[in-house]
Design a protein around this ligand. Structure first.
Ligand SMILES: [Zn+2]
Ligand SMILES: [Zn+2]
Length: 305
């Protein structure tokens, strides 16, 4: 199953240098999750050919405008496109009020059901469980209530060893038992086929974590431990470290320190300040701390592997 993150926006507060505010699509096979919805999200979805009709879940980290000002436009476009399927929106308490007020004064009755689920900032919380994956929220430290999101694949069945399997012989019951990792027994309780011999373990499970916005906070580490890809905000460079702390943001090097401590495979930096046109020096500072660091680019997809 393809597991990737497509960046739609990677700038912070305002759009600048051709970069838009935070938004990204996490795709797992045929499921597409929108994470944050900065102002230009629906233009970016169109530009990078992500069908908004494919979205069933939207996750909003917090209520600063650079993460949610595009939401009302997208909700309205889905209505005008005659969507009828349920859309579930996760975000901090109050987001429902913002939407309700806009719908009320625009006298707009949506053609589709919009379900709102408030997030909280207490520990790891399961938000979505689908056949192949789960999505959790976890707390981030910012100026207002804010959460990160963790997307995890669910355990898969073991794979049959092709050379060993004679489909005529192995009944469906034996196949199901073996793929669960259990030995298949005969009537006397003797092992007829052993799971170890007849199956391979499935590929390791993959995880993606999204952390924006947050001050440097080591309490994040257990939530993002060992993920394959960590997206972490990197608003500032080292020279602006004091400003980062004051505004509850992180530097690239601080993001890298979190990634290194959490043993992640790869770090993807984003949420850049408009004060930097050229991001190479910021990337360099982060790479000095954690070499497996890459930088967000709008329209580009990053594989979770
Ligand atoms: Zn922000
Ligand atoms: Zn913010």
């Amino acid at each position: 199953m393809e597991f990737k993150v497509t960046i739609l926006g990677c700038n912070s507060a305002t759009p600048s240098h051709g970069r838009n505010q935070t938004s990204q699509v996490v795709s797992l096979g045929n499921s597409h999750l929108l994470v944050d919805c900065g102002e230009s999200t629906q233009f970016q979805l169109r530009k990078y050919k992500v069908q908004h009709s494919q979205l069933d879940y939207i996750f909003i980290a917090h209520l600063h405008g650079d993460h949610c000002l595009g939401l009302m436009g997208l909700i309205s476009t889905l209505h005008l496109s005659r969507r009828t399927r349920l859309l579930t929106l996760f975000g901090p308490p109050g987001l429902d009020e913002i939407i309700t007020v806009q719908l009320k004064y625009g006298n707009l009755k949506l053609h589709y059901p919009l379900r709102f689920v408030p997030t909280d900032t207490v520990g790891k919380t399961l938000l979505v469980e689908e056949e192949h994956f789960k999505v959790f929220s976890f707390p981030l430290k910012h100026r207002i209530p804010c959460t990160g999101f963790l997307v995890e694949e669910k355990p898969r069945l073991r794979n049959l060893v092709k050379e060993k399997v004679h489909f005529g012989k192995l009944g469906i019951e034996a196949i199901i038992t073996l793929r669960k990792g259990l030995d298949f027994l005969d009537e006397k309780g003797q092992v007829l086929y052993s799971a170890e011999e007849y199956t391979h373990p499935p590929a390791p499970l993959r995880k993606y974590a999204f952390c924006s916005d947050t001050v440097y906070d080591e309490e994040i580490i257990p939530y993002v431990q060992d993920v394959n890809l960590l997206y972490h905000e990197a608003t500032f460079m080292n020279i602006d470290q004091i400003r980062a702390k004051e505004t509850c943001h992180s530097t690239g090097a601080q993001a890298a320190a979190i990634a290194r401590a959490a043993g992640v495979k790869q770090l993807l930096l984003g949420h850049f300040s408009s004060r930097y046109r050229d991001l190479d020096p910021l990337l360099l500072e982060a790479k000095e701390v954690f070499s497996e660091t890459i930088i967000s680019e709008e329209g580009k997809s990053f594989w979770v592997e």
